[in-house]
Design a protein around this ligand. Structure first.
Ligand SMILES: [Zn+2]
Ligand SMILES: [Zn+2]
Length: 175
C-alpha cells in the first residue's frame, strides 16, 4: 500500500510524490486534469467535451452562461414550432396532391425555414433541450393534423414521408 502523510488544510492527502489525485476522490490516482480550472480529476469526474476534458463544475458554469433563454423565449419557440408543424403538414398535403414525389424535394427547405423561424421566436436565446422541445412541438403539430386527415382518408402516406424529411431537417438546423 501507499504511505499516507497527514492531509494539509486545502489539498487532498498526498500519497506519492509526483502523482496527482482526483480532487473529488483523494484515493484515486489520475493523470488527467480539467483543462479549464486545472484541477486534477479522475475519469469519472471528467466529461470529454469538444474542447477536451472538463470537470462538472466548469461545464455547469459554461452552460449557465450559454443558456440565456427565459421561459417566454422557450414558450414562444415551442408554440411557433407547433404552428409550423401544422403549416408544413398543410403545405405537404397540397404538394403531394399537386406534384406528388417532386414535392419531397421541398421538404428540407421548409424544415430549414421553420427552424430559422423557431430560433427567431426564441429571441435567438439558447436553452437546455430547446432543440428537442421545438422538434417535439413541430412533430406534435404535424401529427395531429396528419392524423386527423388520415382518419378522414384525406391524406396519403407520402405526406408522412414529407413530414419526416422536414422534421429531420428542422432538428438538424435548429441551433
Ligand atoms: Zn474544472
Ligand atoms: Zn474523481
Amino acid at each position: 500500500m501507499v504511505e499516507k502523510s497527514a492531509p494539509t488544510a486545502k489539498q487532498p492527502p498526498e500519497h506519492k510524490v509526483g502523482v496527482m489525485y482526483c480532487t473529488n476522490h483523494p484515493d484515486r490516482e489520475t493523470y488527467l486534469r480539467c483543462n479549464k480550472c486545472g484541477r486534477p480529476m479522475c475519469i469519472d469526474c471528467l466529461v470529454l467535451t469538444d474542447v477536451g476534458y472538463r470537470c462538472h463544475d466548469c461545464i455547469r458554469e459554461q452552460q449557465n452562461k450559454f443558456f440565456t433563454a427565459k421561459l417566454s423565449n422557450i414558450t414562444a419557440a415551442v408554440v411557433t414550432s407547433m404552428l409550423e408543424g401544422i403549416a408544413i403538414t398543410s403545405v405537404g398535403i397540397v404538394l403531394m396532391a399537386v406534384i406528388s414525389l417532386w414535392g419531397l424535394l421541398l421538404a428540407p427547405a421548409l424544415g430549414g425555414l421553420a427552424a430559422a423561424w423557431s430560433w427567431r421566436a426564441a429571441g435567438r436565446q439558447q436553452a437546455r433541450h430547446l432543440k428537442r422541445y421545438t422538434t417535439a412541438a413541430l412533430l406534435a403539430g404535424s401529427i395531429v393534423l396528419w392524423g386527423t386527415l388520415a382518419i378522414a382518408g384525406m391524406t396519403a402516406l407520402l405526406t408522412l414521408l414529407f413530414l419526416v424529411i422536414a422534421t429531420v431537417t428542422f432538428y438538424n438546423r435548429m441551433p
